[in-house]
Design a protein around this ligand. Structure first.
Ligand code: MN
Length: 288
């Protein structure tokens, strides 16, 4: 455990829906390759309004969507149409440029209220892949490796950890792990995960080396050495991190790059409508 930091989420609006933003923060721009983290919910949406994230672009990163409750329909400029249900992983690598939308599925809008709870993560691409062709990967819940450890249910959402490998590898060494506890349990993280780490508490609470971290809070450490988590009963946390990239990343709106010039180019391309479009969608989120 090194240079630890405890943060609380700050609210932000992403299109008819308020999220708790956890990264980036001034004190810590990235955790491993992870540059951005939103905690979505827990919230009830509908019947008056549903999630509507209109067409917007990305470059230089992968976005990962992982829900505990609810469903999101993802559409992108590759022509992908994918329902991401609770427990599934949607993983979109923007590379040189992609456009997408995220909405409550039409089939679930029949005047119903629905619970939404989960995370959206942005992962910076390593320099040699920043300009890769865009791609979308999907892993259904049933494809994710799961193990039980002293009453903890461990699911490897992306990358590798706890001696398991997710089918969603990511583009550099990383881990995103979902940990659910039924009872009070202690786990020595250094045995299972390597690298910089963020411990985000979705529900319940944990103690990390004596410090209490509650739902909506997150602890960051620059390594997992001597890092012990004790979970409360009925607690769910997400562990995220990995090896830092070799050089800093810059963010401009939805764009991530190791080059500030490239960010300006992406901004100009969006304003000039030079990005590919999502088939059949005429919405457009202007550059703020
Ligand atoms: Mn997006």
């Amino acid at each position: 455990m090194k240079n630890t930091l405890i943060l609380s989420e700050r609210s932000a609006d992403i299109g008819g829906f308020t999220v708790g933003r956890l990264l980036p923060v001034r004190q810590k721009r990235q955790v491993g390759p992870i540059t951005f983290l939103d905690h979505m919910g827990p919230a009830e949406i509908g019947p008056d309004g549903y999630m509507e994230v209109d067409q917007h672009p990305h470059i230089g990163l992968s976005t990962l969507t992982y829900l505990f409750e609810g469903s999101i329909e993802h559409r992108d400029s590759l022509g992908t149409v994918q329902l991401v249900n609770a427990g599934d992983v949607g993983f979109m690598s923007a590379g040189k440029g992609i456009t997408h939308t995220e909405r409550t599925p039409q089939a679930l809008r029949n005047g119903k209220v629905m619970n939404v709870h989960g995370y959206q993560v942005w992962i910076a691409l390593p320099r040699e892949k920043e300009e890769m062709d865009p791609a979308f990967e999907f892993a259904a819940q049933t494809k994710l490796p799961v193990n039980n450890l002293n009453g903890l249910k461990i699911t490897v959402v992306a990358g590798s950890g706890f001696n398991m490998q997710s089918p969603v590898f990511g583009h550099s060494p990383l881990f995103i792990v979902d940990l659910e506890s039924e009872k009070k349990t202690t786990v020595d993280l250094d045995k299972h995960l390597k690298g910089e780490i963020a411990i985000a508490v979705a529900s319940g609470k944990v103690h990390v080396n004596g410090e209490r971290i509650s739902a909506g809070q997150m602890l960051i450490s620059e390594d997992t050495l001597d890092l012990n988590i004790t979970t409360d009963p009925a607690t769910r946390i997400l562990l995220l991190g990995g090896e830092p990239l070799g050089e800093p990343r810059y963010l401009l709106w939805n764009f991530v790059s190791s080059s500030k010039e490239r960010l300006k180019q992406a901004k100009e391309d969006w304003i000039q409508k030079r990005f590919p479009k999502v088939p059949g969608d005429d919405t457009y989120i202007p550059f703020p």
